[in-house]
Design a binder for this molecule. Sequence first.
Ligand code: ADP
Ligand code: MG
Length: 340
Amino acid sequence: TADVHIKAVEHRFKAFTALHRVDLQIGAGEFIVLLGPSGCGKTTLLSIIGGFLTPSEGQVLIGGRDMTHVAPKDRPTTTMFQDYALFPHMSLRDNVGFGLRMRGVGRAARNAKALEMLEMVGLADKAGRRPHELSGGQRQRVALARALAVEPDVLLLDEPLGALDLKLRRQMQEELKAIQRRVGTTFVHVTHDQEEAMAIADRIVVMNHGRVEHCGSPEEVYLRPRTMFSADFMGETNRVPVTPSGGGVSSPLGPLAIAPAEGMLCLRPENIGLAEGFSLGRATLVEAAFYGSYHRCHFRPLAAPDMLLTAHLPQGAHPGLGDEVELFGRNPAVLASEAA
Ligand code: ADP
Ligand code: MG
């Protein structure tokens, strides 16, 4: 395992700047997720770490060594692309041992390592099978075993679960996380799915237009976003402009008992409820829809009838349509940069 230090990395494709001075420190053994919409530069950054692209400016240090101009095969990294291709005519054992064979490792040692890796992904009993005999999720696990068999210090994964259906993807996310913990290898994983990022990351790097918007734990990025882009990308948020007043803030909803601040108060729908927290004033339920694990409710505040607050209330806990209730907020985050 090794740390990765990205220093002022800039990347241009002709006149187009895909990465603007990205600085990022990834700890050894960390599970980092690069998250952002399509085109924000995730694959470009991953390719620069793996050595498939040389940055226009800046440096990439892996394990403290400058790797900026080192070829992919001479880096302690392995990249697993979304369209990981297993060799159809080879057994799983030979597929997993392929990288070792390329490095001149003998058959016995190769097979032993391949079996160990297949065991780790729960497929040891299928070592003699061919890829077409497996399900999509199983093939994915073989690709992971193959990538880890060469014992890279850093594993780079570009949307590896993108082709799987939702249920299998959830399962594979948990397995990926468990395997990463077990092997202790640094994982840099690319996705555009914020739920996947939160489920697996130690830290999430939110990217937008070639820039890092926020880098932090899933809780930090979700509950304490630094920018409105991060706030919106991580999930739905209610916005209320606030200005400091007395010991709290004033807002279109009236005075709110939160720490004095100037900017845009962001509240996740699950952090608006009927009991705990600071009062958001009285509001009328104008719409409610059942989503299984919660009710999604739109409230019209009495003090600001042109506003709607969205709350996710637990099953069976929502008032009737047209009922007036007092709403409460929890986990407030105020974005100073978004001052009204
Ligand atoms: P992501 O993986 O986040 O979807 P990419 O890193 O693939 O984004 O691309 C970032 C931006 O750089 C996009 O606008 C893309 O069109 C552009 N880009 C990527 N590769 C090339 C290339 N080889 N030549 C020109 N532009 C490119
Ligand atoms: Mg990409």
